[in-house]
Design a protein around this ligand. Structure first.
Ligand SMILES: Nc1ncnc2c1ncn2[C@@H]1O[C@H](COP(=O)(O)OP(=O)(O)OC[C@H]2O[C@@H]([n+]3cccc(C(=O)O)c3)[C@H](O)[C@@H]2O)[C@@H](O)[C@H]1O
Ligand SMILES: Nc1ncnc2c1ncn2[C@@H]1O[C@H](COP(=O)(O)OP(=O)(O)OP(=O)(O)O)[C@@H](O)[C@H]1O
Ligand SMILES: NC(=O)CC[C@H](N)C(=O)O
Length: 586
C-alpha cells in the first residue's frame, strides 16, 4: 500500500494582503517540509483572503491574485521546496465578472485551487458548488467549475476540491468515488458558528463514505470583519474513522502518514464522471521522498460551548484590531455586565495594557456603577479613567430645552462623543457593547451607546452574556488566576441608568423570556402563530415582534461584530427598513 505524508496548514490569511499571504504559504511549506510532508494543503482563497466580496469585480485584484500564484510557485522552488506538492486556494478568472451585458457564458471569476510543484502551477481546479445562502453570495461572484482534477502522486490518486463541494451530496465527492481515488483534499474557508464542529465531523464522514476515500479537510482560522474562521481541520478515513483533528481557533500544522490504496494503472485519463468531467494527471517521479520517522498527530479535544464562543469572540476582535492597524481599544465601563464582558474579551484579545476603560458617570450613575467599573479595572489591569459627563450634559441642557427621552439619550450621546474624542486623540478603536437582545429590540441610543467601530458581543444574547461571564470567571479560578468580572456586575439587575432608578425590566420583559422569543423569531424565522403555539404569551409576542421590526433602521447602522450564531444581524439576515408588514396583521 502506498504511503503519503500530508500536512494541513490551518493558517490566518488577510483579505487583500497578497505578499503577506504568500509569505505564510512559504513559511508553512518550509515547516511542512521539515516535518517530512510530501503534500501540504492551505485553505480556500488563501492568497486573496476570504471573502473578498466585490473586490472580485476589479480586474486589478484578479491580476494581483494570479501574479501572486505564479510568483509563489517560483519562490517555493527557489526556497528549495519545489519537490513538495502545495495545494493552495486563490482567486482566478477566465472571463469578465457577471456584470450584465459583458457576461460570457460559463466563464468569469473562479473560486480556485492550484497545485504547485517543481516551480510551476501543475493544475488548477474551480470550485463546483457555490454557496448562496446565509452569509454567502457566491452566485453573485463566481462561475462554477465543471471538471474534477485528479492528480496521481506517490502512486495514489488524489482529488482536489474546495469548501462547499463537501457540503453537497452527489457532487465532486461522488464523482471522485466513481474515479476510484484514494484521497480527497478539501480546502476551506468555513466560518464559525456555535456547534458547527459537531456538524462538520459527520459531514466529512458522509463525504468520505460517498467518495470511498480518505478525506483531508483543511480550514482557515482568523477574523474577517463579521466572520471568524475556527479551523477544525481534520483527516477522516474512508470508513469514517477520525484519524486526526486540529484545535479550533489556533494556527496549526497537522502532519499525518496515510496508507492509501494504489491507483489503478489502467484508469482512464479523462472521462465523463456524471455531474462533472474528470481529468487525471500524474506527478509521480519527482515528488519528495517520504520521511522515515512516523508522524503521529492527535485528535484535539473539543471545548465546551462557552469556551468555544469566548475564543471566537477573542479571535474575532483580535484580528479586527490587528488587521485594521489598531493597537488599542477604548470603551465605556458602566459596571454592568455588557461592558464588563466586552472589556474582559478585549483584555484576552490584545492585553489589558492596550485596553482603555472609561467610567463616564452622570448625575444618575449609581455608586455601584463606579465601584464595579473600578473593581473590573483592578482585576484586569486595564487602563482605567474617569470622565464625569454631567457638566457637558448640563451645558446642552442650559442651551436647549429638552425633556424625557431626549434628556436620557443626551447622556448616552455625550458618552459617545467622549469615547470618539479619545479615539481621535489617542488612536484607540472604540468598542460598542450592545448585546444581540438589545440590538434585536432597539434598546440602545442611536449615536449614543451604539457609537463604536466594532461590537464583540453583537451576536451574543443577553442570557449568553451572563453565562460567558460566569464561565470566564470560573475558568480563571480553575487556573488559579483572578476572575476578571466582579461578581456584582453579574448578579445586579441590568439598568441603563439614564434616569433615577431605571431598570431594563421597565421597558423589556425578563431577558430569559425575551431571548426565548427572539431566538424563535430571529434565529429560526418563526412567525407569530408558531411562537404562540410554542407557548409564548400572545400579547408579549406581539410587543416583542413589533419592537424587532421597528428597530431595523438601528441595526442597519450598527457596528460590525463577530458572527457566532446560525443567524447574525447583518449579512445573515437582510430585511428592508421601510416595511409595513406586521406579523399577524394580514
Ligand atoms: N425608520 C427610521 N429610519 C431612520 N431613523 C429613524 C427611524 N425611526 C426613528 N428614527 C430616528 O431614531 C430616533 C430614535 O432613536 P434613539 O434616538 O436611539 O431613541 P429611542 O430609541 O427612542 O430611545 C432609546 C431607548 O434605548 C434605551 N437605552 C438607551 C441607552 C442604553 C440602553 C441600554 O441599556 O443599553 C438603553 C433608552 O432607555 C430608550 O428606551 C428618532 O428620533 C429618529 O431620529
Ligand atoms: N456610567 C457609565 N460610564 C461609562 N460607560 C457607560 C456608563 N453608562 C453606560 N455606559 C456605556 O454605555 C453602554 C450601555 O450601557 P447601559 O448601562 O446603558 O446598559 P447595558 O446595556 O446594561 O450595559 P452594561 O451592562 O454594560 O451596563 C455600556 O455598556 C457602557 O459602554
Ligand atoms: N466557503 C464556503 O464554501 C463555505 C460554505 C460552507 N457551507 C461552510 O460554511 O463551511
Amino acid at each position: 500500500m502506498p504511503q503519503l505524508r500530508i500536512a494541513l496548514a490551518q493558517v490566518d490569511s488577510t483579505v487583500g494582503d497578497f505578499p503577506g499571504n504568500a509569505a505564510i504559504v512559504r513559511d508553512h511549506t518550509r515547516k511542512a517540509a521539515d516535518a517530512g510532508a510530501q503534500l501540504v494543503a492551505f485553505p480556500e482563497m488563501m492568497l486573496s483572503g476570504y471573502p473578498v466580496e466585490d473586490l472580485v469585480f476589479r480586474e486589478s485584484f484578479v491580476a494581483a491574485s494570479k501574479n501572486t500564484l505564479d510568483r509563489l510557485a517560483a519562490d517555493l522552488a527557489a526556497d528549495g521546496l519545489g519537490e513538495v506538492a502545495v495545494v493552495v486556494g486563490y482567486l482566478d478568472a477566465d472571463g469578465p465578472a457577471r456584470l450584465g451585458a459583458d457576461a460570457v457564458p460559463d466563464r468569469g471569476p473562479r473560486d480556485a485551487l492550484a497545485l504547485l510543484h517543481g516551480g510551476r502551477v501543475v493544475t488548477t481546479y474551480f470550485k463546483h458548488h457555490l454557496p448562496n445562502y446565509g452569509v454567502f453570495d457566491e452566485d453573485r461572484y463566481f462561475v462554477p467549475g465543471d471538471t474534477l482534477r485528479i492528480v496521481r502522486m506517490a502512486g495514489v490518486d488524489v482529488a482536489l476540491t474546495v469548501c462547499e463541494d463537501i457540503w453537497q451530496p452527489g457532487g465532486p465527492f461522488a464523482v471522485a468515488g466513481r474515479a476510484g481515488v484514494g484521497l480527497v483534499v478539501n480546502i476551506n474557508a468555513s466560518p464559525y458558528e456555535r456547534n458547527k464542529d459537531d456538524v462538520r465531523l459527520p459531514l466529512v464522514q458522509r463525504r468520505a463514505a460517498e467518495a470511498g476515500a480518505t478525506v483531508a479537510y483543511v480550514n482557515m482560522i482568523g477574523g474577517q470583519d463579521e466572520l471568524v474562521f475556527d479551523g477544525d481541520s481534520m483527516v477522516v478515513a474512508a470508513d469514517g474513522t477520525l484519524l486526526a483533528r486540529s484545535p479550533q481557533f489556533d494556527e496549526h500544522l497537522l502532519v499525518i502518514d496515510l496508507d492509501l490504496p494504489e491507483a489503478d494503472p489502467a484508469a482512464a485519463d479523462s472521462f465523463d464522471g456524471g455531474e462533472m468531467r474528470v481529468e487525471r494527471l500524474r506527478l509521480d517521479g519527482d515528488l519528495r521522498a517520504p520521511s522515515t520517522e512516523s508522524a503521529a498527530p492527535g485528535v484535539a479535544e473539543r471545548v465546551g460551548d462557552e469556551a468555544e464562543v469566548w475564543r471566537a469572540l477573542v479571535l474575532g476582535l483580535r484580528d479586527y484590531v490587528r488587521k485594521n492597524g489598531f493597537r488599542s481599544v477604548v470603551l465605556g465601563l458602566s459596571g454592568g455586565i455588557d461592558s464588563s464582558v466586552v472589556a474582559a474579551i478585549a483584555c484576552d484579545a490584545i492585553g489589558a495594557e492596550n485596553v482603555v476603560g472609561v467610567s463616564l458617570p452622570s448625575g444618575h450613575s449609581s455608586e455601584h456603577s463606579r465601584d464595579d467599573a473600578a473593581e473590573l479595572a483592578k482585576r484586569t489591569g486595564l487602563d482605567y479613567r474617569i470622565e464625569p459627563i454631567q457638566p457637558m450634559v448640563d451645558a446642552f441642557l442650559s442651551n436647549m430645552s429638552l425633556s424625557g427621552v431626549a434628556v436620557e439619550n443626551l447622556q448616552a450621546r455625550v458618552r459617545g462623543i467622549i469615547l470618539m474624542a479619545l479615539s481621535n486623540q489617542e488612536g484607540h478603536l472604540v468598542l460598542t457593547t450592545g448585546n444581540k437582545s438589545e440590538l434585536a429590540v432597539g434598546y440602545s441610543t442611536l449615536y449614543g451607546d451604539s457609537v463604536g467601530g466594532f461590537n464583540p458581543i453583537k451576536d451574543v444574547w443577553k442570557t449568553l452574556v451572563w453565562r460567558l461571564a460566569e464561565w470566564r470567571n470560573a475558568d480563571a479560578a480553575r487556573r488559579g488566576e483572578t476572575p476578571p468580572i466582579p461578581e456584582n456586575s453579574i448578579t445586579k439587575p441590568p439598568s441603563a441608568e439614564l434616569r433615577p432608578g431605571q431598570l431594563d425590566t421597565d421597558s423589556l420583559p425578563d431577558y430569559a423570556v425575551l431571548d426565548a422569543i427572539l431566538v424563535g423569531y430571529i434565529d429560526r424565522d418563526l412567525g407569530r402563530d408558531e411562537l404562540i403555539a410554542a407557548g409564548h404569551d400572545p400579547a408579549l409576542v406581539d410587543r416583542v415582534l413589533r419592537m424587532v421590526d421597528l428597530a431595523e433602521y438601528k441595526r442597519r447602522q450598527a457596528a460590525p461584530g463577530p458572527k457566532i450564531s446560525i443567524k447574525a444581524f447583518g449579512r445573515d439576515r437582510r430585511l428592508p427598513i421601510t416595511n409595513r408588514f406586521r406579523e399577524g396583521a394580514v
